[in-house]
Design a protein around this ligand. Structure first.
Ligand SMILES: C[S@@+](CC[C@H](N)C(=O)[O-])C[C@H]1O[C@@H](n2cnc3c(N)ncnc32)[C@H](O)[C@@H]1O
Length: 361
């Protein structure tokens, strides 16, 4: 496990070095995403050393832009720089970088995050106000680039196989779904997980609910309006309609809610006998110290800028108790217990960026 490190920051000069690294890394998200969108990584893959003119020719891009991009990526360590005589430089893509960027989802994840970060940057003034007033900043106050970026991230980070395996572990639920049981997916966003569940259990009646009408409209459009046994409705987590659900899911949404106990209580009341709740949450450790690593830094930052502001926008700032994005199993168990669930079980199925829990009344 990568743990917190302050050992390289014992002098102001070392801290300044770190700050310069950070500035380059922040811009690196944009640069790497540009490489994805413009086909630069693809053009370098398996090609061996190429000059800037050759990369420009392969991509149809403008050479001065390509040249500066290649140099920046070589400085980042993603490319190997060969030569050094001005004008004769060549650049090559190491195999490990090629695999991570183009075969594993590295490049696509950075691209999805670049959309979200661009949107966050536009909200800077609003975040500052929210920090000062505690009023929060709701999901609906963001912009389509953020919502679509989240959807892209979800489609990379989750799979139908993962959700099917998780549901497969919920005793009695797969059988109920095969017999036409109902599923409610709460905080469905653009609906990718909802559609994955519907595809994995074609006999089930699956409905995605979200308080945000524009996300629901996008989910409906992506699903082709009611085809494939999946529907989408506008409803908040604490009052979504229906009863007798074989399964209620919260995919990356519980920690966004202003009233997670109220939402889980409502979900419990909506379950059929033998039904279960599936929680999919980011992979937080129980103690803060467990999360003081690069992944924890990313999730705590998203928590600060997105999830906690949304939760605060739905609660009285004086009494709100937002979960935070990395709540961890212990805290999630407390919340579920407060909502009347007696069984909280971590599922055997694992995914690097997800924690999966079964809740039973
Ligand atoms: C991080 S996104 C996850 C979306 C989707 N489940 C996915 O995995 O792509 C959180 C979602 O929760 C929704 N949400 C926030 N507060 C809500 C509430 N009180 N009731 C219902 N949905 C809510 C947001 O609109 C957003 O679509």
């Amino acid at each position: 496990m990568i743990t917190q490190t302050t050992e390289n920051m014992t002098s102001p000069d070392q801290v300044m070095d770190r700050i310069v690294t950070e500035l380059g890394a922040g811009l690196g998200v944009v640069m790497t995403a540009l490489g994805v969108r413009c086909g630069l990584w693809r053009a370098l893959a398996g090609a061996g050393p190429l000059t800037t003119a050759e990369v420009a020719a392969r991509t149809g891009l403008i050479e001065p832009y390509v040249r500066e991009w290649l140099r920046a990526q070589a400085a980042a360590g993603y490319l190997v720089h060969h030569g050094g005589l001005s004008g004769a430089d060549t650049f090559s893509l190491p195999q490990a970088v090629e695999v991570a960027m183009l075969q594993a989802p590295g490049g696509a994840i950075v691209d999805a995050c670049a959309h979200m970060f661009a949107s966050m940057g536009r909200g800077f003034a609003d975040f500052e106000k929210a920090f000062r007033t505690g009023t929060g900043f709701g999901w609906h106050q963001r912009d389509p680039e953020y919502w679509a970026g989240t959807d892209a991230f979800t489609r990379i980070n989750l799979s139908q196989d993962l959700l099917a395996a998780a549901i497969g572990e919920l005793d009695g639920v797969p059988g109920a779904l095969a017999a036409g049981g109902h599923v409610a997916d709460i905080g469905c966003g653009y609906g990718a997980p909802t559609r994955m569940i519907a595809a994995a259990f074609p006999a089930a009646a699956v409905t995605g609910f979200d308080y945000h009408d524009r996300s629901v409209a996008a989910a409906r459009a992506a699903a082709g309006d009611g085809r494939g046994g999946v529907r989408f409705e506008v409803a908040a987590a604490t009052d979504f309609p229906g009863a007798g659900y074989a399964l209620v899911t919260f995919v990356d949404s519980l920690h966004d809610l202003g009233d997670p106990v109220g939402a889980l209580t409502h979900a419990r009341d909506a379950l059929a006998p033998g039904g279960a709740v599936l929680l999919v949450e980011p992979p937080g450790g129980d103690d803060v110290v467990d999360n003081l690593n690069p992944a924890g830094r990313m999730f705590y930052s998203v928590s600060t800028l997105v999830c906690t502001p949304n939760a605060l926008s739905q609660a009285d700032p004086a009494t709100a108790a937002p979960l935070g994005t990395l709540a961890g199993v212990r805290r999630l168990r407390e919340v579920a217990t407060a909502a009347g669930f007696r069984t909280v079980r971590r599922l055997a199925v694992e995914a690097p960026m997800n924690l999966l829990l079964e809740l039973r009344p």
